[in-house]
Design a protein around this ligand. Structure first.
Ligand code: CA
Length: 236
């Protein structure tokens, strides 16, 4: 018997729920759907899915609350969550990501973007354990090496000179390629006794990192109104 990956799709608009279900099933994923946030929490506790696709506007509990409750409990907090949001709702996206959602897809979405994001999120669980103790990140087909222990960034054979803050920001973003980080998440991850960061200074540091990385600077993508994301060439 093979065990398929499982996904729980929480969406009250039947056409969208069916569309997401269709594309996941085509990839061999077993899909359960519900239109209720409360029911979603029950289902997730009964059988931990490999992925939750979560609409923000639900008839009972809203998606942010579902995400908050999910992340509150040890048994459900590792479930990767991808939010479905309306285009232009940056405040919701920021709130969701800070609540612990891993990613988001804005409606209307293309199946290609949807599946890329969902596959990425499902991989997260396998990757995470490894990366936590991993102090050397190898990205961009081996051309970018970020070594945290030695505090060295090598870009196509050239050693870059980054400040501590720039280094930590790059490491944090590159650790999870494809996942957007909000400015507040960057601040709290990099913030130390010697570094005081504001939302505005984040942008200044990013500009400096990009400049030092030259052509690889493009791997740090601006996500308008939300934050930044490290990419290895795959764009929407
Ligand atoms: Ca809805």
């Amino acid at each position: 018997m093979t065990t398929n990956r499982t996904a729980l799709v929480v969406e009250d608009e039947p056409e969208i729920a069916d569309l997401v279900k269709f594309h996941l099933q085509r990839e061999g994923v077993d899909v359960t759907t519900t239109r209720s946030g409360r029911r979603a929490l029950e289902l997730a506790r009964q059988s931990i899915p490999d992925l939750m696709v979560l609409d923000l506007m639900l008839p009972d509990l809203d998606g942010l609350e579902v995400c908050r409750r999910l992340k509150e409990h040890d048994e459900t907090k590792e479930i990767p969550v991808v939010m479905l949001t309306a285009r232009g709702s940056e405040a919701d996206i920021v709130a969701g990501i800070e609540m612990g959602a891993d990613d988001y897809v804005t409606k209307p979405f293309s199946p290609r973007v949807l599946m890329a994001r969902l596959q990425n999120a499902m991989r997260k669980r396998n990757v995470q354990g490894v990366e936590q103790q991993d102090n050397v990140l190898i990205r961009c087909a081996g051309k970018l090496i970020i070594d945290r222990e030695r505090h060295v960034v090598m870009c196509d054979g050239k050693t870059l000179s980054l400040t501590i803050t720039e280094f930590e920001m790059l490491f944090m973003l590159a650790k999870r390629p494809g996942f957007v980080r909000t400015r507040d998440q960057i601040i709290s991850s990099v913030h130390g006794p010697l570094t005081v960061l504001s939302q505005r200074t984040i942008d200044v540091h990013i500009t400096a990192i990009r400049r030092k990385m030259e052509e690889f600077g493009e791997s740090i993508e601006t996500v308008r109104g939300v934050g930044y994301r490290f990419t290895e060439g795959e764009r929407e």
